[in-house]
Write a protein of this length. Structure first.
Ligand code: COA
Length: 180
C-alpha cells in the first residue's frame, strides 16, 4: 500500500528498520496490550494532558491497532517499548508560527524504557526514514518546556528553538530540524 496520510507518497508499511538495539515497524495485533499500557500510564502523559482510561482503551483499541503511515512501534527484545509518530499537523496548533501541514514528530515510551537512549535511537531512525522518503522536509517538534526529558531529547536529535509560547496553561517549546 502507498499511504498518503498527508505526509506525502510514502511506502507503508515499511520494511522493518533495525537499529543497534531496536526494531521500528508498523503496529501489529501483538502490540495491543503494551499500547494500552503506554496510553494509560500516568507518567507517560504528565505533560500531555493526562492518561487515557484503561477501560476506555480496552473497549476502543482494535484487535489490530490502527496503522498510519509514519506511526512506528519501537520494539526491544520482541516487545513494544514505545512509539514514534511522524505526521502532518492538522488543527491542533496553538503556536503563533506553526502552520497546519508541518511535518511533526511525537514520541511516547514506557517509563521502564527511559534512561537508556532508546527514544533517541528510535527517533533518529524514524527521522532518517523520513529524510529518505521525503528529502528536504523540515520537521517540527512541540513539547512543554517543563518536560525536561523531552527537551533534552529534542536538542539531541538536532531540533533548534523556533519559539516558546503559552498554551494549555503551560509554556510550550517548538523546535525545528531542517531537512537533510
Ligand atoms: C520523552 C522521552 C521519550 C525521553 O526518554 P529518555 O529515555 O529520557 O530519552 P533518551 O532516549 O534520549 O535517553 C536519554 C537517557 O538515556 C541515558 N542513556 C543510557 N544509556 C544510553 C545509551 N546507550 N545511549 C544514549 N543514552 C543512554 C542517557 O544518559 C539519558 O539519561 P538521563 O536522562 O538520565 O540523562 C520519555 O521521557 C517519554 O516517553 N516521556 C513521556 C512522553 C512524552 O512526554 N513525550 C513528549 C511528547 S512531545
Amino acid at each position: 500500500m502507498t499511504g498518503s496520510l498527508e505526509l506525502g507518497p510514502v511506502a507503508w508499511p515499511p520494511t522493518a528498520i533495525t537499529t543497534e538495539r531496536l526494531v521500528l515497524r508498523a503496529p501489529e495485533p501483538r502490540d495491543r496490550p503494551a499500547l494500552i499500557e503506554l496510553l494509560s500510564t500516568p507518567e507517560v502523559h504528565t505533560y500531555l494532558g493526562g492518561p487515557h482510561s484503561r477501560d476506555d482503551l480496552e473497549r476502543t483499541v482494535p484487535e489490530t491497532p490502527h496503522q498510519r503511515p509514519g506511526l512506528f512501534v519501537a520494539e526491544r527484545d520482541g516487545a513494544l517499548i514505545g512509539t514514534v509518530e511522524l505526521k502532518r499537523t492538522k488543527g491542533e496548533y496553538r503556536s503563533p508560527i506553526g502552520q497546519d501541514g508541518d511535518a511533526e514528530i511525537g514520541y511516547l515510551f514506557l517509563p521502564r524504557a527511559w534512561g537508556h537512549g532508546y527514544a533517541a535511537e528510535a527517533c533518529a531512525a524514524a527521522l532518517d526514514w523520513l529524510a529518505t522518503a521525503l528529502p528536504d522536509e523540515p520537521v517540527v517538534l512541540c513539547t512543554q518546556t517543563a518536560n525536561t526529558r523531552s527537551m533534552r531529547l529534542a536538542r539531541k536529535l538536532g531540533f533548534t528553538e523556533a519559539e516558546r509560547y503559552e498554551a494549555w496553561g503551560a509554556e510550550q517549546w517548538m523546535g525545528i530540524r531542517t531537512g537533510r
